[in-house]
Design a protein around this ligand. Sequence first.
Ligand code: SF4
Length: 389
Amino acid sequence: MKYLDEYRDAEIANKLLEEIRRVQTQPWVLMEVCGGQTHSIVKFGIDDLLPAGIELVHGPGCPVCVTPLELIDKAHAIAARKDVIFCSFGDMLRVPGSRLDLFTVKSQGGDVRIVYSPLDCLKISRDNAQKQVVFFAVGFETTAPANAMLVWRARQEGIQNVSILVSHVLVPPALTAILDSPWNRVQGFLGPGHVCAVMGYREYEVISARYKVPIVITGFEPLDLLEGVLLAVRQLEQGRAKVENQYVRAVTREGNVPAQKLVVTVFEVCARKWRGVGEIPASGYRLREEFRDYDAERRFEVGSINTQEASICISGEILRGIKKPHDCPAFATECTPAHPLGATMVSAEGACAAYFAYGRHPKNQIAPAGGEQAASATAAPANPEGAHS
Ligand code: SF4
């Protein structure tokens, strides 16, 4: 397939691997930040191809995974109301809350609809003036501009029966939290390609300089990831630490400036709780006061729902690169994609779900029915609805 196969060329991959082996003289730990990158790494076995001394650990960049359980429960409470049409990208519908998921809410009579753009909610609102239309606004900086545009257009057009349930998180504060941790193992990052396509990478230059850590903004195909690893290892071996842009076909230093302006017009930075990790200061967006009428949490008064995560789950340590899915005793036994217990199993982009989908079971465990092939065939693609990365 043109534009895809050219980033999966085996001959070039082997050359990049040879070059990584040539420059590497000592062990290094790198973190790929995005869930889409994790999915590709596990799917194509890139971590297994790397020299033994280079370890890839999996970062917090799966927005569906880090959406707090109580927010999912709030979504379900709103979606179950008779006066609500609840709209979401498809990848949130199968994410379980404490008791059920959005598919179940729908089967019980809730009007839950999959949309392909937040702006679809404007037409639904116009066509259903007697109903309240709510969009589940989950994601990193990548999806914030479209969600901001929904609120902006609604206000411009005087549409009152639409609101958004906001769970936006920001990547740079999460990287800072990882680097500040006394248990941190990460020495270099493969930075988030999609997020930087919107935001640029100036914020990452500050982090790289402050923590003296290489950050290579990297794409999602095998050759992108191998080149990202090569650039990061080369910096580490040479004692350098700066931001490099591997993903030049999508990312510029400044990013998409009009989109950024729209985001800061509608949203402001706030503390956010990350599922499996806890609250990180200044790590999310909420609606600015002048747009708070469009805040579904306010409109439907669901602010008091509290939930408890499974105590066995170590997804917080996985999301910070301290542990891997195999370190969890529940992996592929009590916890599977059909019955996820924690953050990193709820979405196809989560590290635990990726390990499960591609048959990375501990040696004493049996692969899922039908083996790896069946698991791969049923696994959702790296960015299932092209929505949340
Ligand atoms: S396998 Fe399940 S319980 Fe274990 S860390 Fe992953 S999500 Fe949590």
